[in-house]
Design a protein around this ligand. Structure first.
Ligand SMILES: C[S@@+](CC[C@H](N)C(=O)[O-])C[C@H]1O[C@@H](n2cnc3c(N)ncnc32)[C@H](O)[C@@H]1O
Length: 243
Protein backbone atom coordinates (compact mmCIF):
# COMPACT_ATOMS: atom_id res chain seq x y z
CA UNK A 1 0.00 0.00 0.00
CA UNK A 2 1.14 3.52 -0.70
CA UNK A 3 -0.28 6.54 1.16
CA UNK A 4 0.43 10.02 -0.19
CA UNK A 5 -0.21 12.90 2.22
CA UNK A 6 -0.54 16.49 1.03
CA UNK A 7 0.10 19.04 3.77
CA UNK A 8 1.40 22.52 4.48
CA UNK A 9 3.16 21.21 7.59
CA UNK A 10 5.20 18.12 6.68
CA UNK A 11 7.18 18.24 9.93
CA UNK A 12 4.02 17.53 11.91
CA UNK A 13 3.82 14.13 10.26
CA UNK A 14 7.36 12.84 10.35
CA UNK A 15 7.45 11.87 14.08
CA UNK A 16 4.43 9.55 14.36
CA UNK A 17 5.33 7.66 11.21
CA UNK A 18 8.85 6.88 12.32
CA UNK A 19 7.87 5.13 15.55
CA UNK A 20 6.29 1.90 16.73
CA UNK A 21 3.87 -0.14 14.58
CA UNK A 22 3.82 2.22 11.60
CA UNK A 23 7.59 2.32 11.42
CA UNK A 24 7.70 -1.47 11.56
CA UNK A 25 5.11 -1.70 8.76
CA UNK A 26 7.17 0.73 6.68
CA UNK A 27 10.38 -1.21 7.40
CA UNK A 28 8.66 -4.47 6.41
CA UNK A 29 7.58 -2.90 3.12
CA UNK A 30 3.86 -3.22 3.93
CA UNK A 31 3.24 0.47 3.45
CA UNK A 32 5.04 3.42 1.94
CA UNK A 33 4.10 6.85 3.28
CA UNK A 34 5.04 9.76 1.04
CA UNK A 35 4.63 13.29 2.35
CA UNK A 36 4.27 16.26 -0.02
CA UNK A 37 4.50 19.92 0.88
CA UNK A 38 1.64 21.66 -0.94
CA UNK A 39 3.80 24.78 -1.12
CA UNK A 40 6.21 22.95 -3.44
CA UNK A 41 3.43 22.84 -6.06
CA UNK A 42 2.92 26.61 -6.30
CA UNK A 43 4.04 28.32 -9.50
CA UNK A 44 4.30 31.94 -8.30
CA UNK A 45 7.40 33.62 -6.92
CA UNK A 46 6.07 33.90 -3.37
CA UNK A 47 4.75 30.31 -3.15
CA UNK A 48 1.29 31.47 -2.11
CA UNK A 49 -0.98 28.61 -0.99
CA UNK A 50 -3.98 30.53 0.39
CA UNK A 51 -6.11 33.57 -0.31
CA UNK A 52 -9.06 35.55 1.06
CA UNK A 53 -12.49 34.01 0.63
CA UNK A 54 -14.61 35.34 -2.22
CA UNK A 55 -17.66 37.09 -0.77
CA UNK A 56 -15.71 38.19 2.31
CA UNK A 57 -15.48 36.65 5.74
CA UNK A 58 -12.79 35.64 8.19
CA UNK A 59 -9.75 33.47 7.57
CA UNK A 60 -7.97 32.17 4.52
CA UNK A 61 -8.86 29.43 2.06
CA UNK A 62 -6.38 27.03 0.46
CA UNK A 63 -6.08 27.78 -3.25
CA UNK A 64 -7.02 25.02 -5.69
CA UNK A 65 -4.01 25.24 -8.07
CA UNK A 66 -1.21 23.85 -5.82
CA UNK A 67 -3.43 21.03 -4.49
CA UNK A 68 -4.52 20.17 -8.02
CA UNK A 69 -0.91 20.19 -9.27
CA UNK A 70 0.17 17.89 -6.43
CA UNK A 71 -2.74 15.49 -6.98
CA UNK A 72 -2.17 15.39 -10.74
CA UNK A 73 1.56 14.71 -10.33
CA UNK A 74 0.72 11.65 -8.21
CA UNK A 75 -2.15 10.56 -10.47
CA UNK A 76 0.20 10.57 -13.46
CA UNK A 77 2.05 7.74 -11.82
CA UNK A 78 -0.66 5.84 -9.94
CA UNK A 79 -4.39 5.05 -9.94
CA UNK A 80 -5.48 6.66 -6.67
CA UNK A 81 -8.37 7.41 -4.33
CA UNK A 82 -8.25 11.08 -3.38
CA UNK A 83 -9.48 11.61 0.17
CA UNK A 84 -10.10 15.03 1.67
CA UNK A 85 -9.88 15.23 5.45
CA UNK A 86 -12.72 17.48 6.51
CA UNK A 87 -15.15 17.79 9.44
CA UNK A 88 -17.88 17.60 6.79
CA UNK A 89 -16.88 14.12 5.57
CA UNK A 90 -18.28 10.67 6.37
CA UNK A 91 -17.42 9.64 9.90
CA UNK A 92 -14.27 7.52 10.24
CA UNK A 93 -14.70 4.25 12.13
CA UNK A 94 -13.32 0.72 12.16
CA UNK A 95 -15.35 -0.29 9.10
CA UNK A 96 -13.99 2.64 7.10
CA UNK A 97 -10.46 1.78 8.30
CA UNK A 98 -10.95 -1.80 7.06
CA UNK A 99 -12.30 -0.51 3.76
CA UNK A 100 -9.29 1.78 3.24
CA UNK A 101 -6.92 -1.04 4.21
CA UNK A 102 -8.03 -2.73 0.99
CA UNK A 103 -6.79 0.15 -1.19
CA UNK A 104 -3.39 -0.07 -2.81
CA UNK A 105 -2.96 3.68 -3.28
CA UNK A 106 -4.54 6.74 -1.67
CA UNK A 107 -3.97 10.45 -1.31
CA UNK A 108 -4.93 12.21 1.94
CA UNK A 109 -5.37 15.97 1.61
CA UNK A 110 -4.88 17.95 4.83
CA UNK A 111 -6.69 21.27 4.83
CA UNK A 112 -5.85 24.24 7.04
CA UNK A 113 -7.22 27.68 7.93
CA UNK A 114 -10.83 27.87 6.72
CA UNK A 115 -10.37 24.75 4.60
CA UNK A 116 -9.84 24.16 0.88
CA UNK A 117 -11.44 25.82 -2.15
CA UNK A 118 -14.74 23.99 -2.83
CA UNK A 119 -13.66 23.12 -6.40
CA UNK A 120 -11.05 20.75 -4.97
CA UNK A 121 -13.85 18.85 -3.26
CA UNK A 122 -16.10 18.97 -6.33
CA UNK A 123 -13.63 17.97 -9.01
CA UNK A 124 -10.55 16.30 -7.54
CA UNK A 125 -11.72 14.45 -4.48
CA UNK A 126 -13.27 10.95 -4.53
CA UNK A 127 -14.01 10.63 -0.81
CA UNK A 128 -14.25 12.87 2.27
CA UNK A 129 -13.48 11.69 5.79
CA UNK A 130 -14.06 13.26 9.19
CA UNK A 131 -12.44 11.76 12.28
CA UNK A 132 -15.15 13.13 14.57
CA UNK A 133 -17.70 15.83 15.18
CA UNK A 134 -15.26 18.52 16.24
CA UNK A 135 -13.05 20.96 14.34
CA UNK A 136 -9.27 20.59 14.28
CA UNK A 137 -6.92 23.34 13.14
CA UNK A 138 -5.61 21.21 10.30
CA UNK A 139 -5.98 17.82 8.64
CA UNK A 140 -2.60 16.53 9.84
CA UNK A 141 -3.85 15.00 13.10
CA UNK A 142 -6.75 13.47 11.17
CA UNK A 143 -4.29 11.99 8.64
CA UNK A 144 -2.27 10.45 11.48
CA UNK A 145 -5.41 8.88 12.95
CA UNK A 146 -6.48 7.46 9.58
CA UNK A 147 -3.01 6.15 8.73
CA UNK A 148 -2.57 4.50 12.13
CA UNK A 149 -5.98 2.79 12.08
CA UNK A 150 -5.50 1.63 8.47
CA UNK A 151 -1.91 0.43 8.75
CA UNK A 152 -2.58 -1.76 11.80
CA UNK A 153 -5.14 -3.61 9.63
CA UNK A 154 -2.49 -4.66 7.11
CA UNK A 155 -1.56 -8.33 7.45
CA UNK A 156 1.83 -8.55 9.14
CA UNK A 157 1.71 -5.05 10.66
CA UNK A 158 1.02 -6.36 14.16
CA UNK A 159 2.84 -9.13 15.96
CA UNK A 160 -0.14 -11.50 16.11
CA UNK A 161 -3.07 -11.39 13.66
CA UNK A 162 -5.26 -12.35 16.58
CA UNK A 163 -4.70 -8.97 18.18
CA UNK A 164 -6.50 -7.17 15.35
CA UNK A 165 -9.45 -9.52 15.33
CA UNK A 166 -10.05 -9.13 19.05
CA UNK A 167 -9.53 -5.37 19.23
CA UNK A 168 -12.53 -3.28 20.22
CA UNK A 169 -14.79 -2.62 17.19
CA UNK A 170 -13.20 -5.31 14.98
CA UNK A 171 -15.98 -7.78 15.80
CA UNK A 172 -18.57 -5.10 16.45
CA UNK A 173 -17.96 -5.46 20.21
CA UNK A 174 -15.69 -3.70 22.68
CA UNK A 175 -12.75 -5.77 23.82
CA UNK A 176 -12.86 -7.70 27.14
CA UNK A 177 -10.78 -6.37 30.10
CA UNK A 178 -7.07 -7.15 29.95
CA UNK A 179 -4.78 -7.85 32.94
CA UNK A 180 -1.07 -8.52 33.38
CA UNK A 181 1.28 -9.27 36.27
CA UNK A 182 1.21 -8.90 39.27
CA UNK A 183 -1.71 -11.16 40.20
CA UNK A 184 -2.51 -8.87 43.11
CA UNK A 185 -1.78 -5.15 43.03
CA UNK A 186 -2.59 -3.07 46.12
CA UNK A 187 -5.04 -5.78 47.11
CA UNK A 188 -6.82 -5.68 43.71
CA UNK A 189 -6.98 -9.17 42.27
CA UNK A 190 -6.99 -10.44 38.72
CA UNK A 191 -10.19 -12.45 37.93
CA UNK A 192 -9.59 -16.04 39.00
CA UNK A 193 -10.70 -17.53 35.68
CA UNK A 194 -7.72 -15.92 33.87
CA UNK A 195 -5.33 -17.82 36.14
CA UNK A 196 -7.11 -21.15 35.73
CA UNK A 197 -5.25 -22.27 32.61
CA UNK A 198 -8.60 -23.48 31.24
CA UNK A 199 -8.58 -21.96 27.75
CA UNK A 200 -12.20 -22.77 26.94
CA UNK A 201 -13.36 -21.14 30.19
CA UNK A 202 -11.15 -18.11 29.55
CA UNK A 203 -12.51 -17.70 26.00
CA UNK A 204 -16.10 -17.98 27.33
CA UNK A 205 -15.42 -15.41 30.07
CA UNK A 206 -13.81 -12.98 27.61
CA UNK A 207 -16.67 -13.26 25.14
CA UNK A 208 -19.20 -12.66 27.92
CA UNK A 209 -17.22 -9.67 29.22
CA UNK A 210 -17.09 -8.20 25.71
CA UNK A 211 -20.85 -8.44 25.38
CA UNK A 212 -21.55 -7.06 28.88
CA UNK A 213 -19.08 -4.22 28.37
CA UNK A 214 -20.57 -3.29 25.01
CA UNK A 215 -24.10 -3.40 26.44
CA UNK A 216 -23.10 -1.08 29.30
CA UNK A 217 -20.88 1.35 27.38
CA UNK A 218 -21.96 1.29 23.75
CA UNK A 219 -25.34 -0.42 23.38
CA UNK A 220 -25.66 1.20 19.93
CA UNK A 221 -22.91 -1.16 18.66
CA UNK A 222 -24.87 -4.30 19.53
CA UNK A 223 -27.25 -3.83 16.60
CA UNK A 224 -24.49 -4.72 14.13
CA UNK A 225 -22.44 -7.05 16.36
CA UNK A 226 -21.66 -10.56 15.26
CA UNK A 227 -23.55 -12.55 17.93
CA UNK A 228 -24.83 -16.12 17.96
CA UNK A 229 -28.57 -16.80 18.48
CA UNK A 230 -27.84 -17.95 22.01
CA UNK A 231 -25.82 -14.80 22.76
CA UNK A 232 -28.65 -12.63 21.44
CA UNK A 233 -31.08 -14.41 23.79
CA UNK A 234 -28.75 -13.93 26.77
CA UNK A 235 -28.39 -10.30 25.78
CA UNK A 236 -32.15 -9.80 25.69
CA UNK A 237 -32.37 -11.29 29.20
CA UNK A 238 -29.56 -8.98 30.38
CA UNK A 239 -31.38 -5.98 28.94
CA UNK A 240 -34.51 -6.99 30.85
CA UNK A 241 -32.33 -7.23 33.98
CA UNK A 242 -32.83 -10.97 34.36
CA UNK A 243 -29.09 -11.82 34.36
C1 LIG B 1 -10.31 24.74 10.84
S1 LIG B 1 -10.64 23.37 9.79
C2 LIG B 1 -11.73 24.06 8.61
C3 LIG B 1 -13.15 23.82 8.94
C4 LIG B 1 -14.11 24.38 7.91
N1 LIG B 1 -14.14 25.82 7.95
C5 LIG B 1 -15.51 23.84 8.16
O1 LIG B 1 -16.23 24.46 8.95
O2 LIG B 1 -15.85 22.77 7.62
C6 LIG B 1 -9.14 23.22 8.89
C7 LIG B 1 -8.84 21.84 8.35
O3 LIG B 1 -8.70 20.91 9.40
C8 LIG B 1 -9.08 19.61 8.97
N2 LIG B 1 -10.08 19.12 9.91
C9 LIG B 1 -10.68 19.83 10.90
N3 LIG B 1 -11.51 19.08 11.59
C10 LIG B 1 -11.47 17.83 11.06
C11 LIG B 1 -12.13 16.61 11.34
N4 LIG B 1 -13.01 16.52 12.32
N5 LIG B 1 -11.84 15.54 10.57
C12 LIG B 1 -10.96 15.63 9.57
N6 LIG B 1 -10.29 16.76 9.25
C13 LIG B 1 -10.56 17.86 9.98
C14 LIG B 1 -9.60 19.75 7.55
O4 LIG B 1 -8.59 19.32 6.66
C15 LIG B 1 -9.89 21.24 7.43
O5 LIG B 1 -9.76 21.69 6.11
Amino acid sequence: MRIHILTLFPNMLSGPFSESIIKRAVDRGLVEIVIYNIRDYTSDRHHVVDDYPFGGGQGMVLKPEPISAAVESIKNEYEVSVILLTPQGRLFNQMVAEELAGYSEMILICGHYEGVDERVREHLVTDEISIGDYVLSGGELAAMVVVDAVVRQLPGALGAEEAVREDSHSSGLLEYPQYTRPRVFQGWEVPQVLLSGNHAEIARWRREQSIIRTLRRRPDLLERADLSREERMVLERMKRGEE
